[in-house]
Design a protein around this ligand. Sequence first.
Ligand code: AGP
Length: 609
Amino acid sequence: MCGIIGYLGPKAVIPILVDGLKKLEYRGYDSAGIAVVDESRIHLKRVKGKICDLEKHLGSDTLDGYCGVGHTRWATHGRPSEENAHPHQDCTGSLVVVHNGIIENYLSLKKKLIKEGHTFRTETDTEVIAHLIEKYYQGSLEKAVQQAARDLEGAFAIAVISLQEPEKIVAAKNGPPAVIGLGGGEYFVSSDLNPLLSHTQEIVFLEDGEMAVIESRGVKFCDFKGKPLEKKVDHITWSPLMVEKRGFKHFMLKEIFEQPQVVRDTLKGRVSLDSGRVFLDEIGISAAALKRINRVVIIACGTSYHAGLVGKYLMESLARIPVDVEYASEYRYRDFILDKDALVMVISQSGETADSLAALRAAKKNKPLTLALCNVVKSSITRESDGVLYTHAGPEIGVAATKTFSAQLAALALFALHLALVKGCLDEKRSLSLIEDLQRIPHRMENILNQAKHIEDLALKFLTFSHFLYLGRGINFPVALEGALKLKEISYIHAEGYPGGEMKHGPIALIDEKMPTMAVVPRDNVYEKMLSNISEIKTRVGYILAVAFEDDKEIQDKVDTVLAIPSTHPLFTPFLTTLPLQLFAYYIAAKRGADVDQPRNLAKSVTVE
Ligand code: AGP
């Protein structure tokens, strides 16, 4: 997704904008640009390519100014090119805008503006915004942005600067996120927190229909009709260090290794190792309200959807409540059945995924209870839900989700225990035993991470394969899906996850020496069934790797290679079976020279449809 950044303050603008864009790179992009305004003109620099290309293009440009904006573009309307890169300008070049989102009615607006004499330079929807503001400008930049915003249909988070008012940035939000950073005599606007953390932790989150007018004397807030707004300032606890690589080659590898701590942090303070109780009052939904629900609908995308599938097994097993797990992109358009006795849980690490936000809004029409399970404080999905259960994974920079998946599993385990205790399906004695098992997970994860070198060496054998099959059953079927997603999204090797029982219904036709299988086979109630899948594959000359318990001697001579994990409670095996699959995908992708942290065509947060 696109990223916007803006700075107004006493420091040199360009280094701050470039550093900010680097902190937005993880969102995925294909071009970038910046604009700086001084008393004489607006200086514009744009490139098709990466931030390092922009830095070369800037060279030793000492151009400075009062304020500036920057942008990383993930092309939607108009191919990746220098002229389509943001910032975009009006006819005279005295006003520029950077934009994240999609303007649905840009063609009709563009036709009208051309009739009114505006000349366009690009194929983008964003350029229409610059000409609209130009059309309405009569001495007040914020008033012109307000009028333009009222004409726009679709999603936009924008920042605007102008030559007429060189010490002002106007930001407006409708859909994609926009946050305002309040420093000491300096101010920022950004698509997310990462570029701001090294400058300030005092943040204002704009809501839909809101604007910020940033000037050297301070920031004012208003709506699109110009009505002044009082906005709360949040103190963000994430530290700048959290968004650094800290000696790892890629953010993804660092985040894989952060998972034991992330699970500890997500559990911390929410369980009692004396009584077996779970403390989730913070979610903002009472025990009495939870007691009344008769079904749970989990809605999510991608890796979060896979976490939701694990959540289904946890809640149905512990809380004895029916759980449906839905792709947000499907659910939002379906004529679904939902009533007020349901709990709708939207799982989203970013809290900004457009399909998940839209599905939440569609579900809310039926007045169910809504709960966000999210990793980003005050993100859109959290703000539109009745309750919020936060994961404590810290910022995840790698586009491929890893530590946020483990954090989601921890939060889902907590919620399932809490729901079971509230509904009386679980006594505190059994809960205590499960909590003790849960508390041992981080240490067991560390044991697996200690074998990373073995997995790295194994990965070398699979660099040239073009296809992979991942199999799992029960609570590890979602892990098979997640393992396949990891491999395909960062190494570009085609991989499919399947429930083991489905092999006979088609996939077994695929098996030959060119189609290796990764089987997830902890000792649980479907272990024997997985062994029969494995023997069916072996008789067809398929290469098999298995993720299995380290003390499982039976499986050693049934497969070609074992990725060993410590044993644990059957309900918690996904915490452990996922790690070797993440490492396997990472090392294959890294050895293939893929852009692991920013895979092609992908964005960290899909904030547009
Ligand atoms: C997973 O590795 C991908 N980054 C992607 O599938 C992601 O899980 C999906 O886009 C959902 O994102 P969210 O959790 O922020 O809603």
